[in-house]
Design a protein around this ligand. Structure first.
Ligand SMILES: [Zn+2]
Length: 176
């Protein structure tokens, strides 16, 4: 019984991570008619950062809001290069990705006052990547009592902030 409980405890975060990022996949399956097949490449080339929710363009990477945020302020840091593995990312792009991660940590702390921050990548479908062909770093604020387990399990999302509002706050903070 003890072993079973431990196994469940170890398994649960993995299951959550899988559920966590899959809404991306579902959302874009239905809106991908006129695309190249990669939502990140399409977003960069759309020519309308506000509509596609890009909040920052760096030299090698850009930052985009997650259209189905796990928590308010959930962003992804994405290299312009369409690469499916982190090890393929050139050093200067990898460095900028980490610099932007640090910057987003500061901005999320300032704007959302979270208790903690999740930062991570799912590389490959087996790891839970919704967009497996184009690597991206998730950065999202967390609170001790946030209700995401319930929201994910029930497929009902509580969004205290509209994406439009998040976009405005984030672009303003990143533009400073
Ligand atoms: Zn791509």
């Amino acid at each position: 019984m003890v072993v079973f409980t431990r196994a469940v405890r170890h398994l649960l975060p993995c299951l959550l991570m899988d559920y966590l990022w899959t809404p991306w996949r579902y959302a874009y399956v239905s809106t991908a008619e006129k695309t190249t097949g990669c939502v990140f490449c399409d977003a960069v080339n759309a020519g309308d950062d506000r509509r596609v929710l890009i909040v920052h363009r760096g030299q090698h990477c850009f930052i985009i809001l997650n259209m189905f945020p796990y928590t308010p302020g959930h962003v992804m840091i994405v290299p312009y290069a369409h690469l499916d593995e982190l090890r393929k990312l050139p050093p200067d792009a990898a460095q900028e990705m980490m610099e932007l991660s640090q910057r987003m940590e500061s901005i999320l702390r300032e704007l959302y006052r979270p208790d903690g921050i999740n930062l991570g990548m799912n590389i490959g479908k087996a790891a839970g990547a919704g967009i497996a062909g184009h690597i991206h770093m998730h950065v999202l604020p967390r609170w001790v009592a946030d209700a995401n387990f319930v929201s994910v399990v029930c497929e009902t999302r509580i969004l205290p902030e509209a994406l439009e509002q998040t976009w405005k706050r984030m672009t303003a903070a990143l533009g400073r």
